[in-house]
Design a protein around this ligand. Structure first.
Ligand code: FES
Length: 65
């Protein structure tokens, strides 16, 4: 199953990128390009990042405020 259609990034690949230390959408994009195209997968990437870092979503909301 792909998380990011634009760059054919799978759930497995995203899990590997996060396991390797990516903690922001930017770091994920740098590592595998996911989220750097149309952006429609950013919510899914954010959900995955929030699963390993519960403060992730809060930081995103604070940055947007
Ligand atoms: S689906 Fe990920 S950037 Fe388009």
């Amino acid at each position: 199953m792909y998380v990011c259609i634009c760059f054919a990034v799978s759930e497995t690949e995203l899990s590997g990128v996060i396991a390797a230390g990516a903690r922001t959408e930017e770091e994920v994009g740098d590592a595998c390009s996911a989220g750097t195209g149309c952006g429609s997968c950013l919510d899914r990437i954010c959900d995955r990042l929030s699963a390993v870092d519960p403060l992730h979503g809060l930081r995103v909301a604070a940055d947007a405020a």
